[in-house]
Ligand binder design. Structure first.
Ligand SMILES: Cc1cc2nc3c(=O)[nH]c(=O)nc-3n(C[C@H](O)[C@H](O)[C@H](O)COP(=O)(O)O)c2cc1C
Length: 167
């Protein structure tokens, strides 16, 4: 059984909707166990449990929220023990160009520090809309943004299985 943890912060529900779509995408592959947790609920044990993780945050002043950063700061027990696992990011911002991709990069930087292998997705979910650094959305995610989130989750699962075929 392959295991995926989707961990997010969300104050007004936008990143939460994205997290649910990432989890839905991850579950598309049969035999995957998915944990969906808020940054408040999650801990080092979730990092240790998972084969792959997707971390999501609202864009706050161009970076991840303090709550997601607190999860990363207080899960240090897992640091280096997750070396070689797969990680990816998603973010919701108030406006296009407001920093959602920068927030994804901040999350990917932290995941790299832990030892995760991080990825982006080169595909387009429709002309002009992609997720090269992770899935991004402006405000309440529309169907296109949710498709990007589902694709992120699906790709996370595929990478986990490719890396660890026997589970
Ligand atoms: C403290 C704070 C800082 C924010 N900074 C940015 C920002 O730098 N760029 C931006 O586009 N939106 C910014 N926003 C807007 C949020 O990223 C946006 O409303 C997001 O969709 C909220 O996600 P949530 O519903 O998951 O909480 C900020 C909001 C707050 C409360």
């Amino acid at each position: 059984m392959h295991k995926i943890a989707v961990i997010y912060d969300s104050q007004t529900g936008n990143t939460k909707a994205m997290a649910e779509a990432v989890a839905e995408g991850a579950r598309k592959v049969e035999g995957i166990e998915v944990r969906l947790k808020t940054a408040d609920e999650a801990g080092a044990d979730d990092f240790l449990w998972a084969d792959g993780v997707a971390l999501g945050s609202p864009c706050y002043v161009g970076l991840m929220s303090a709550k997601l950063k607190a999860f990363l700061d207080t899960s240090h027990e897992a640091w280096s023990k997750v070396d070689g696992k797969i990680g990816c990011a998603f973010s919701s911002a108030g406006g296009a160009g407001g920093g959602a991709e920068l927030t994804c990069l901040a999350i990917l930087t932290a995941l790299m520090n832990y030892g995760f292998l991080v990825f982006g997705v080169p595909d387009y979910v429709k002309p002009g809309v992609t997720l090269h650094y992770g899935a991004v959305a402006v405000g309440r995610p529309d169907e296109t943004a949710l498709s990007a989130c589902r694709l992120l989750g699906e790709r996370l699962t595929e990478h986990v299985i490719r890396l660890k075929p026997s589970g």
